[in-house]
Write a protein that binds this ligand. Structure first.
Ligand code: CA2
Length: 149
């Protein structure tokens, strides 16, 4: 059985498609989940899709991924730029991480240019909207396959 992938979404991403369409587009989080499920199905993998507005709940989900999933796609929202605790959790589970951002964080305010998640990620995809999640799943699929997982 090929390793499954956890897709983790941070604060306010539940609002996707309902506010600020100029920045984040009109795609909803349910649409993002469908994109992830389709990408995973093409790769012959399962996905678990999680969103929380709470830092501790995200950390708990990362801890629970150990032994349950082979890799993590994470859009940590604003916790990307603030949470050493989430970075430590991602580092502790020793699973390959792909960081995703809907927007190109490097074209935005300076405070979005720092990512703690990047310090523990294999790679990062930003600026391609919801399609970035599918790109991340493809990348992790290849990464896992190269490791025989
Ligand atoms: O571009 C991304 O994916 C971000 O992770 C989104 C975060 C932001 O804090 C990061 O700097 C970049 C914000 C997610 C909030 O999403 C909303 C969606 C609709 C309406 C309001 C917020």
């Amino acid at each position: 059985m090929p390793a499954s992938i956890l897709v983790l979404n941070g604060p306010n991403l539940n609002l996707l498609g309902t506010r600020q369409p100029d920045v984040y587009g009109t795609t909803t989080l349910a649409d993002v989940e469908a994109i992830c499920r389709a990408a995973a199905a093409r790769a012959g993998r399962e996905v678990a899709f999680v969103q929380s507005n709470h830092e501790g709940a995200l950390i708990d989900a990362v801890h629970a991924a150990r032994g349950a999933h082979g890799a993590i796609v994470v859009n940590a929202g604003a916790f990307t730029h603030t949470s050493i605790a989430l970075m430590d959790a991602l580092s502790s589970v020793d699973l390959p991480v792909a960081e995703v951002h809907l927007s190109n964080i490097h074209r935005r305010e300076a405070f979005r240019h720092t990512s703690y998640v990047s310090l523990v990620a294999v790679g990062m995809i930003a600026g391609f909207g919801a399609q970035g999640y599918a790109l991340a799943i493809d990348a992790l699929d290849a990464h896992l396959a190269a490791a025989g997982r």
